[in-house]
Design a protein around this ligand. Structure first.
Ligand SMILES: *Cc1c(COP(=O)(O)O)cnc(C)c1O
Length: 426
């Protein structure tokens, strides 16, 4: 398997783009080696610049839940593009898309579309501050919410790989206004809310953590957050940028039956194009300009090509049996991986939710960022390279989820499990 073309492109890229990548999660810093450059993808498969074919479990970090280049999504995007790619004025597609989102997600009556998950969480925080008149934010160790200043503290994922607790360049006042609790630890939240009584605008959480690897909420955790935020007059923000439309059409909030005040969406909502969204009750959203005093805007927001792709994606996902299928594919893969590890005598913990899983090299449960950090990441690095050499592309980090799509077939899973067995034996 030659990667000469990728290597050449990376050499060129490093001279032109910081670290050769436009998002640090794409670099292979924590697993070693140079990133592969890709040129084409279809269904569950992706082809690199040297024409090597791989089974893809990154799926663009979530958006490609229908597999790559799904015909219905591509057709919708292409026909929208032929009508003009942006008007900077309202379109019917935005209304159609808003209707689908508000019907699907329990907490959202009114929604604003933006162009990334970062913009969604950034705007949600501003909205929470506007609504409550308070300034502090509480997040969780290992929770990633995009690169907004106030949220780049103990932010898991890409930062954890580089040992960055808080990004350089963040205004100290922002970092100081961010409180950090432990995921799955309601008591740590209670203590912080009591110590900062009347000052916390919002608690922001990934209801299913996806950026410390996958960690599901312990029974009572989300309910505890709901009760505590209500009790202390703070708003509860669910960052469903990963879990939205992935674990169910209504997101994690519909699975766990806990309704947040504000919901952030991204990734799947754009069908592979740059879209984010934040939504809440009509009352909370009335703070947002032009209705209210909280300003938030975007030249390309609600972009017609992206809206068309999003609508086509949600329509496919709405077909009966879709999530049962995604769950079944995830279970087959997760159970299969566990079996292969057991046969090889290698201890592993596999955390999973519908369409998401992470394999940790440990025999201890992984329930928060500390337990995720205590796993054998060097072993993961070696495993990652073994999987690439055997035709499977995984996220290049222990702290990320493997993303499963409706395009992953039984044959793909069988091939993946063979690759796991070969990687473990080498
Ligand atoms: C990816 C992600 C974001 C940021 O979205 P971008 O589109 O990369 O800005 C925010 N929150 C979570 C949970 C994410 O996984």
């Amino acid at each position: 398997m030659s990667r000469a073309k990728s290597a050449q492109l990376f050499r060129d890229a490093k001279n032109l783009i910081p670290g050769g990548v436009n998002s640090p999660a794409r670099a292979w810093g924590s697993v070693g080696g140079d990133p592969i450059f890709f040129k084409r993808a279809s269904g569950s498969r992706i082809w690199d610049a040297d024409d090597n074919e791989l089974i893809d479990y990154v799926c663009s970090w979530g958006p490609m839940i229908l597999g790559h280049a799904h015909p219905a999504v591509i057709d919708a995007a292409v026909s929208a593009a032929r009508q003009g790619t942006s008007f900077g004025a309202p379109t019917e597609l935005e209304v159609e898309m808003a209707r689908r989102v508000t019907e699907a997600v329990p907490s959202i009556e009114v929604v604003r579309f933006v162009s990334s998950g970062t913009e969604a969480t950034m705007s949600a925080l501003r909205l929470a501050r506007a609504k409550t008149g308070r300034s502090k934010i509480l997040k969780f160790n290992g929770g990633y919410h995009g690169h907004e200043d106030a949220l780049l503290v103990e932010a898991g994922s890409g930062l954890a790989n580089q040992g960055i607790a808080s990004s350089a360049g963040v205004h100290p006042d922002y970092a100081a206004a961010t409180l950090v609790a432990d995921f799955n630890d309601v008591a740590s939240v209670r203590l912080l809310l009591e110590a900062n009584e009347g000052e916390v605008a919002a608690v922001i959480v990934e209801p299913i953590a996806g950026n410390m690897g996958v960690v599901t909420p312990a029974p009572g955790f989300l309910e505890g957050l709901r009760d505590l935020t209500t009790e202390h007059g703070a708003l509860l923000i669910f960052d469903e940028v990963i879990s939205g439309f992935r674990v169910a059409l209504g997101g994690a909030q519909s699975v766990y039956g806990v309704t947040p005040d504000i919901t952030c969406l991204g990734k799947i909502v754009g069908g592979g194009f740059p879209v984010g969204a934040y939504g809440a009750s009509a009352e909370i959203m009335s703070e947002v300009a032009p209705l209210g005093p909280m300003y938030q805007a975007g030249t390309l927001s609600g972009n017609p090509v992206a809206m068309a792709a999003g609508i086509a994606t949600l329509d496919e996902l709405s077909k009966p049996g879709t999530y049962e299928r995604i769950q079944a594919i995830t279970d087959r893969l997760a159970d299969g991986v566990l079996g292969v590890f057991a046969d090889a005598g290698v201890p592993a913990v596999v955390n999973r939710a519908c369409g998401l899983m992470t394999v940790f090299f440990t025999s201890n449960p992984v329930t928060d960022m500390d337990s995720a950090s205590a796993t054998d990441r060097e072993a993961f690095g070696a495993f990652f390279h073994g999987m690439i050499d055997n035709g499977v592309y995984l996220p290049p980090s222990q702290f990320e989820a493997w993303f499963v799509s409706t395009a992953h077939s039984d044959a793909d899973i069988a091939e993946t499990l063979d690759a796991v067995a070969r990687s473990l034996s080498s």
